[in-house]
Design a protein around this ligand. Structure first.
Ligand SMILES: *[C@@H]1O[C@H](CO)[C@@H](O)[C@H](O)[C@H]1NC(C)=O
Ligand SMILES: *[C@@H]1O[C@H](CO)[C@@H](O)[C@H](O)[C@H]1NC(C)=O
Ligand SMILES: *[C@@H]1O[C@H](CO)[C@@H](O)[C@H](O)[C@H]1NC(C)=O
Ligand SMILES: *[C@@H]1O[C@H](CO)[C@@H](O)[C@H](O)[C@H]1NC(C)=O
Ligand SMILES: *[C@@H]1O[C@H](CO)[C@@H](O)[C@H](O)[C@H]1NC(C)=O
Length: 524
């Protein structure tokens, strides 16, 4: 063996021995929003970083059950939102859609402000701030309804990687330099697909820009006040700090949510939480194996409590299910379900991903939350979606457009509507379309977790990935939208027109004048 090859070979062995990490990074993650469905996107990435040898400190309300070496929890003492939201609170709100967006915005805004207050003044952050500036190589944080934790990154002087467990909010595009085009990119709250009517586009344009403005008018100053109370009045506005966001990892994929123009600092890693399907508990395995006519899974996510479904609607669901010949598995948080048909099986907790991966599972009756929707897409399972709030209608609209989902209106839920939606979704055309979306979703050049880890290391290596940031981030909106150019062109055109009219008047005026004189002369 030539000498060089031998050295290469030894070097390879050395690398394998140390894993993929050349020098381990110190990474801080901050995720104060108390929704487990959001954390389900952050957690696999933070864990993945610890698995490849980095040191990871995670501040959140959700402790890791089996922390790896190098993974340290800093617990935030907040109540989480699991099974905390009742259907009853939505019953009254029919057809107030546009107004509802603003109510939802206000709700998220106050939620963000309170979480910020609690986090900034809590013991967990106190411990983290004992680290000197420059200690962390990278700081990762959720960007959702508040930007107040940018102040912590400012104190600790580390590049920031933002993470979004849902579609980008209207206020996220500007800071990343990503184009926001309301003619086909729906605001999260609007819940439209990329095909909108004129009315839809008008409403979306209005929603996108007004929410953006409201965020600047209310959420940024609210965060600034708390930040300055904590760190002193010299702190810059978080509205300035967010322009220092180096990278954003988003829980999206174009095949599910629609293709959008994204600059190189916004990376789609949707599906990062999906692990290979595991064996089911034996009871479920038998149930699904034996379901010769197929099975349907009903789950409305971790936050909505199925048992809070108003009685009339619950009975409509139960009667519709009784008319089906499929086996039904339903996430139901009580031991009993009144009038339960024999083909319905209730369970308080379900291994959702593994059930969706079973070949006999025919339809997923979901609320359209992104984690479950992603799992159904990845397994090619058609969806009957009953969106209630947040990004649920956005996720379902996009899959309705792709022919693999049916939208079921919660406000007009009847036995027949449920029965028809479920039987229609059992039609093979939905399965065919779901398979196409699944193929487009699952084929990647790299596993989403590997992509996420690669970019985190890249940001550390390049000290904040400055070359990925479009200059658009630092332009005023007046310049960004070329309003200065439009104004100049308009002014020049106006000037030309005025000159032309002026000349016209001058020369015609003179001719008229001369003509007048001639007639006068003739008259004489
Ligand atoms: C959420 O809180 C409830 C009650 O406080 C607790 O039982 C549950 O384990 C928590 N969920 C998570 C995911 O931490
Ligand atoms: C922040 O929390 C403190 C203590 O709970 C409370 O007194 C204060 O009013 C809160 N501030 C805001 C802006 O909510
Ligand atoms: C943004 O980052 C640069 C370079 O790290 C730093 O000098 C500047 O103070 C930061 N600006 C804000 C507002 O945090
Ligand atoms: C599944 O079907 C087999 C054969 O029809 C039957 O013996 C078994 O009891 C069934 N299991 C369940 C859990 O229904
Ligand atoms: C479960 O159902 C029983 C009987 O309908 C009812 O009395 C009880 O309050 C329910 N419990 C919950 C947690 O919904």
């Amino acid at each position: 063996m030539p000498r060089n090859d031998l050295w290469n070979w030894l070097f390879m062995l050395l690398l394998l021995g140390f894993g993929s990490v050349v020098s381990p990074l110190k990474i801080l993650g901050m995720f104060p929003h108390p929704a487990i469905s959001h954390f389900q996107f952050f957690h696999p990435i933070m864990r993945g970083l610890a698995e490849v040898g980095h040191t990871v400190d995670v501040m959140s309300p959700f402790p890791d059950r089996q922390p790896l070496p190098g993974y340290t929890d800093y617990l935030l003492p907040m109540a989480n939102l699991s099974n905390a939201i009742g259907f009853d609170s939505f019953e009254e709100q029919k057809s107030l859609n546009l107004i509802l967006h603003y109510g939802e915005f206000y709700y998220l805004h106050s939620f963000g402000r309170d979480a910020c207050n609690l986090t900034l003044n809590g013991e967990a952050l106190e411990q983290i701030l004992r680290h000197p500036p420059g200690y962390y190589d990278v700081i990762m944080m959720e960007q959702f309804n508040t930007d107040c934790l940018m102040s912590v990154a400012h104190q600790l002087r580390a590049p920031v990687i933002a993470m979004s467990s849902c579609a980008l909010m209207p206020w996220h595009y500007e800071r990343m330099g990503a184009p926001l085009i309301p003619s086909y990119i729906s605001a999260l709250f609007m819940g439209k697909s990329q095909e909108m009517s004129f009315g839809g586009r008008l409403a979306n344009w209005f929603t996108v820009h007004s929410l953006n403005l409201l965020y600047k008018l209310f959420s940024i100053p609210a965060a600034d006040a708390l930040v300055r109370q904590k760190f002193g009045p010299q702190m810059p506005s978080v509205g300035e700090m967010v322009k220092n966001t180096s990278l954003m990892l988003i829980n999206q994929h174009f095949s599910l949510s629609g293709p959008k123009p994204l600059p190189p600092n916004v990376i789609e890693v949707g599906g990062v939480h999906i692990k290979p399907a595991k064996a089911l508990p034996s009871e479920l395995q038998h149930l699904l194996d034996n379901a010769t006519k197929g099975a349907i899974l009903i789950s409305w996510g971790s936050q909505l409590r199925a048992t809070s479904l108003p009685t009339a609607k619950r009975e409509a669901v139960v009667r519709a299910l009784g008319r089906l010949e499929q086996q039904i598995i339903w996430k139901w948080e009580n031991d009993t379900l009144p009038n339960k048909p024999h083909n319905v099986h209730i369970m308080k907790w379900l291994p959702q991903r593994d059930i969706l991966a079973h070949p006999n599972l025919k339809v997923f009756f979901s609320h359209g939350g992104l984690m479950g929707t992603t799992e159904a897409v990845s397994s090619g399972v058609p969806i009957v979606g009953m969106p209630i709030y947040g990004d649920q209608s956005l996720n379902i609209a996009s899959l309705v457009q792709r022919g693999m989902a049916i939208n079921l209106d919660f406000y007009s839920l009847t036995e027949d509507a449920i029965y028809e939606a479920l039987t229609r979704a059992l039609d093979p055309s939905f399965k065919r379309n779901a398979r196409k979306v699944a193929a487009a979703y699952n084929e990647r050049p790299q596993k989403p977790l590997d992509t996420a880890i690669w970019w985190v290391e890249y940001v550390a290596e390049t000290k904040g990935a400055p070359l990925t940031q479009p200059k658009a981030v630092h332009l005023s909106r007046f310049v960004y939208y070329s309003l200065d150019a439009y104004a100049t062109v308009f002014a020049v055109l106006l000037l030309l027109l005025a000159t032309w009219l002026g000349l016209l008047r001058l020369c015609c005026g003179r001719r008229d004048h001369q003509k007048g004189q001639k007639t006068k002369a003739k008259g004489n």
